[in-house]
Write a new protein. Structure first.
Length: 236
């Protein structure tokens, strides 16, 4: 009887692990710790560095960039800190921060609610290789992103709207230990909490369910918002 119970428990655990692997937003990166370097070119210029811990469960994204919009030059020094529950968007110049629930957690939940046919469509989409990682394309409102299929790591992001063009591209990766101090929230922040961005999660899933088209539909796009904010990395 005890053996039978252990067998059932083992089968349940295996089923649970396989189900987690089937969800691309829950899958882990193929390395435990790493530092990824990016270049930012076009209307916005600068650099980005992404630090990885615990196979992608913890991430820190540092962006230093400048852009020129309507003859006005703006400089940005931003930090994004991500774990499985929360994301912090931090302006290092003003010490202002926004805390919001993990977008990736919402994507995991939404993917689990899809039909098997829809899940297979997303998992089976073809992409391209960036830094030896198999990537999948996500296009929303004039912004095209490429995320790794395992771990949902942003490796390329490109915007091209009304003459405004900007591209963020991963150029190299160092698979090595990362200093834990980088994952400590800065002090003296003015933190404002936001509700979960359910609309963004829905947009991402819907974009992945659509067939690829050569010409993206840019109707009803908030051009001014995109230009002002520039390229923003998704949570995972």
């Amino acid at each position: 009887m005890l053996f039978h119970f252990k067998k059932i428990f083992f089968l349940i655990m295996i089923s649970s692990l396989l189900h987690a692997e089937d969800n691309p937003f829950k899958s882990l990166l193929p390395f435990k710790e790493a530092t990824i370097h990016y270049s930012i070119t076009g209307s916005k210029k600068g650099t980005q560095t992404t630090y990885i811990k615990d196979f992608g469960k913890k991430r820190v994204i540092y962006k230093n960039s400048s852009s020129r919009i309507m003859h006005a030059k703006t400089a940005n020094d931003n930090l994004i800190m991500i774990d499985e529950e929360w994301t912090y968007h931090i302006n290092l110049n003003t010490k202002e921060a926004i805390k919001e629930p993990s977008l990736n957690k919402l994507l995991i939940e939404k993917f689990n609610k899809l039909t098997k046919k829809e899940q297979d469509l997303i998992r089976g989409k073809k992409g391209k290789m960036i830094l030896n990682l198999d990537c999948q394309k996500e296009s929303i409102a004039g912004v095209t992103n490429y995320f790794s299929k395992k771990g949902h790591l942003l490796l390329s992001s490109e915007t091209g709207i009304m003459g405004y063009k900007s591209k963020t591209l991963a150029s190299s990766i160092d698979i090595d230990d990362v200093n834990s101090s980088l994952f400590v929230l800065p002090q003296n922040l003015q933190i404002r909490e936001k509700k979960a961005n359910l609309q963004k999660a829905t947009e991402i899933i819907n974009a992945l369910l659509k067939e690829d088209k050569s010409n993206a539909n840019t109707a009803n796009v908030d051009y001014q918002g995109i230009i002002q904010e520039g390229i923003k990395a998704l949570n995972f």
